[in-house]
Design a protein around this ligand. Sequence first.
Ligand code: ADP
Length: 468
Amino acid sequence: MRDYTQQLEKEKLEEMREIVITITGYMVLPLYLIFWITDIVYAPEFAWEFLFLRCLVIPIALTANYYIRKATTLKYAQNVSLTYVISLAAIINIMMIMMANPTSAYYTGLILITIGALGFFPWTRNYFILVVIGIFLPYVAIVYSLNPTKEDIVDLVVYGFFANGTVTILWVIQFFRERLRIKEVSARLELNAEIEKRKTVENDLILARDQALQASQAKSAFLANMSHELRTPLNAIIGYSELLQETAVDDGNDEYVNDLTKIDAAGKNLLELINGVLDISKIEAGQMEVSIEQFNLQEMLQNVEVILAPIFNKNNNQFILEYDPDVNIIKSDETKLRQVIYNLASNAGKFTKDGVISLKVSKISIYDKSWLRFDMTDSGLGMTVEQVTKVFNAFTQADSSTTKKFGGTGLGLSICKHFCEMLGGDIFLKSELNIGSTFSVLIPCQLDKDKNLVDADVLENVLLKEYT
Ligand code: ADP
């Protein structure tokens, strides 16, 4: 900000130097020659006195010129110019007093020139208004009190302007031009300062982003290692608790079966959570690989239906699986697709009671390529618009009370989204509170690792068209 003010001052000083030096150096002689001629024409009785007075301006102008050239600060230059302008105005006022004829057109011209002299310089503009109020208005009042005729007034205006007023008008125009230029310069400097400020902020942001990325990658690598270390002993716990359950049943130790079942269920929950964390950290660290292979989708769907049956039965839901007959051999990552369907189905089973859950699989064409569309629809809890916008974020649950009521980690949908993108497609959600939800997955039938994939916007448009 300080730099900006200093720069602005420097520019203003330069500008002032230019104006004052031009006027005092090059314009003063020709201007005063013209004035003196007008003096002879309009006020011949004072011609010599006026010439003397006007000539006084020359040494004043040259002195001002010298000091302005030497000026190093704006304040100093302003003071010199003000002194110059005031001396100029004083001389003109002496001329007016000498004439002492307020109804003379020449008098009007002199008044105009005084005003113009002060109004010309941007740094004396405050005085400009004062001069207009202090000199011009009383002058007009005096003229009116003398009851001038219409012709007198016309003479005053016309000759007044022609005598010295034309120059004044030019000066006033110049004054406003300079004011505009100063404004423009200030605006430009302000803009530059703003750009500089933003550049600094941008650099800081880039640095912060890089640091955050590094930290995030380190965190993901750590989690990936930790999750692996946790899974091994956990699998042992689950395995042994299942073994002990069977032994307890065989030996008739029924009192232990209940506790062992709890250990087994808790272990499995924990394993699910760790798997989720492992998946998400692998994805974030860029270590999740896609393994593309050919497989029969119909067979996979039938398989999944069998595995999912207990989930749907638990809440007394009816499950309907529908697929187009031409849905068969596809090329994709079977494990990831299976996990996506499994996650969506378990969510639907979890958040729906005594309802209907359906999975519809169809083949569609996008840009002349075959795509698969999976619609997992349920008639369960549904979500609000606000919830819909955040469910795909990791560790986010549509409603924080969900964890208490239904358990879960808030990772499932985030992983699904990442997986769908890895499979060359995307996932979309349409939901209405208390009515139900439809998760739609779009993936290409033939996934090719090196092929450029279709934008999510295009896919969403395809879906929206089909929805309506
Ligand atoms: P979680 O392990 O908590 O289920 P998800 O990422 O799978 O994590 O789901 C995030 C949240 O989205 C859930 O907690 C739930 O609030 C909401 N949600 C997901 N699927 C459905 C659904 N079919 N119906 C209603 N809400 C759902």
